[in-house]
Design a protein around this ligand. Structure first.
Ligand SMILES: *Cc1c(COP(=O)(O)O)cnc(C)c1O
Length: 413
């Protein structure tokens, strides 16, 4: 076919048959996605198109345009410009089988909009006990006030989700691996049960991204990402996305438009800039994090390493079966000791910042206490816990820093 994906003028020619998205690998897709000629004008990356008002040639032109579907067509700033469409299309390309992707001003906004798109008063929502705390807070707050009840479930439940489903269960939320404690969920098993019952599934796929776990292809209805993390990759932009499976896009788009959700072209542009190196960063941060996790596992001060690629982590077998690799975030459980020892360890680290979020190029360490965020399961640990985000620094420097940190922990008794 004469039509090359990057330089084709029209939508139909964007991807030629033998070079279809299904046969492209992720590293190629993150480089090429969303770069349509009509959006880039031939410039490598889509420029920043700023807009609120879009001008029409005449009243007739305005009427004709306003009545048509505005997807990928200039209409009004809130519906985006080529800058946002370029990123949302590139993210959509990463999820084979997806119908469409929309952007949000944060990961939390992506989660709340996706849930509001599917839930109505009287519905029941199932949420894993390992969910990101703001997800739990949304369920216990706004959703509850709207008449949606939430039942929290053991993230390791797998096909046993059947036993938790009630007559009004409308949606099953998943997050794999779980925040802080990294339980890997049996998503195919849960999806199979949900499909048979006509229940909608949503996955917070921030940790793996579609590069390590293509959720839509595995039957998930809505794949959600805090793009703030690996897509942006540089700790300087808040951004979220929801990718909808076949037949699921319209409900999402309607809720998104009604809630007025939109992102600035500058933030979308930075998201696209980050995305181009995401596969590379994930590979390197994943490699470094696993090397560090394995080293930590050998240290007497460390009781457990909660990293999905290591056997200590609940759901490790499912991880080996389902994921293409691991990213750069995991937790450790210290062996006995006190909070003061943990603080001494973290405060003295030279190469790890102390701060929330993750997925950037820089390493971070924070103390975590998962037991305060549980209601359906008990969490107990041998000692204080620390979550580590591994950045792009040399892993030997990070290991030396952690070794000195563990010595401070030990010395503090
Ligand atoms: C950070 C995070 C979010 C929220 O993303 P924001 O962009 O910070 O709102 C959602 N889910 C997970 C698993 C996260 O780590």
């Amino acid at each position: 076919m004469g039509c090359r994906p990057l330089y084709a003028q029209g939508e139909k020619c964007r991807v030629s048959d033998e070079n279809s998205e299904k046969t492209l690998r992720d590293a190629t897709r993150v480089v090429q996605g969303g770069r349509r000629h009509e959006w880039t004008g031939g410039i490598v990356s889509a420029p920043v198109w700023r807009a609120s008002t879009i001008l029409y040639d005449s009243v007739g032109d305005l009427r004709a345009n306003a009545s048509r579907d505005t997807h990928h067509r200039l209409f009004y700033g809130r519906r985006g410009t080529p800058t946002q469409w370029s990123l949302s299309d590139a993210l959509n390309d990463l999820e084979p089988g997806a119908e469409g992707t929309l952007l949000y001003p944060s990961g939390v906004a992506a989660i709340s909009t996706a849930l509001l798109a599917v839930l109505s008063p009287g519905d029941e929502l199932l949420v894993p006990d390992s969910a990101y705390d703001p997800t739990r807070s949304l369920a216990n707050g706004l959703l509850k006030r709207m008449g949606v009840t939430t039942r929290f479930y053991d993230p390791m439940i797998g096909a046993g989700i059947e036993t938790v489903i009630g007559p009004s269960t409308r949606a099953i939320f998943m997050e794999s691996p779980g925040s802080l404690t990294f339980e890997v969920q049996d998503i195919p098993a849960i999806v199979a049960v949900a499909r048979a019952r006509g229940i909608v599934t949503l996955l917070d796929n921030t940790w793996a991204t579609p590069v390590l776990f293509p959720a839509i292809g595995r039957g998930v209805d809505y794949s959600i990402m805090a793009c703030t993390k690996y897509v942006v990759g540089h700790s300087d932009v808040m951004l979220g996305s929801v990718t909808a499976g076949l037949g699921r896009y319209e409900a999402l788009r309607t809720a998104t438009y009604q809630l007025g959700q939109c992102v600035s072209p500058d933030d979308a542009w930075l998201g696209s800039r980050g995305l181009r190196t995401m596969a590379l960063r994930l590979r390197e941060q994943g490699r470094s994090a696993l090397a560090i996790a394995k080293w930590l596992k050998e240290q007497p001060e460390v009781a457990r390493v909660l990293h999905p690629a290591l056997p200590d982590c609940p759901g490790h077998d499912v991880f080996q079966r389902d994921f293409a690799g691991s990213s750069g975030l995991f937790s450790i459980v210290l062996n006995g000791g006190s909070d003061a020892g943990r603080v001494a360890m973290v405060d003295g680290l030279r190469h790890f910042g102390i701060g929330f979020s993750w997925g950037g190029f820089e390493s971070l360490a924070i103390p975590i206490d998962p037991k305060f965020y549980r209601s359906a399961t008990e969490w107990s640990a041998e000692g204080p816990m620390i979550r580590l985000q591994i950045g792009l620094e040399d892993s030997d420097d990070l290991i030396a820093d952690l070794a000195a940190g563990l010595a401070r922990f030990r010395a503090s008794g």
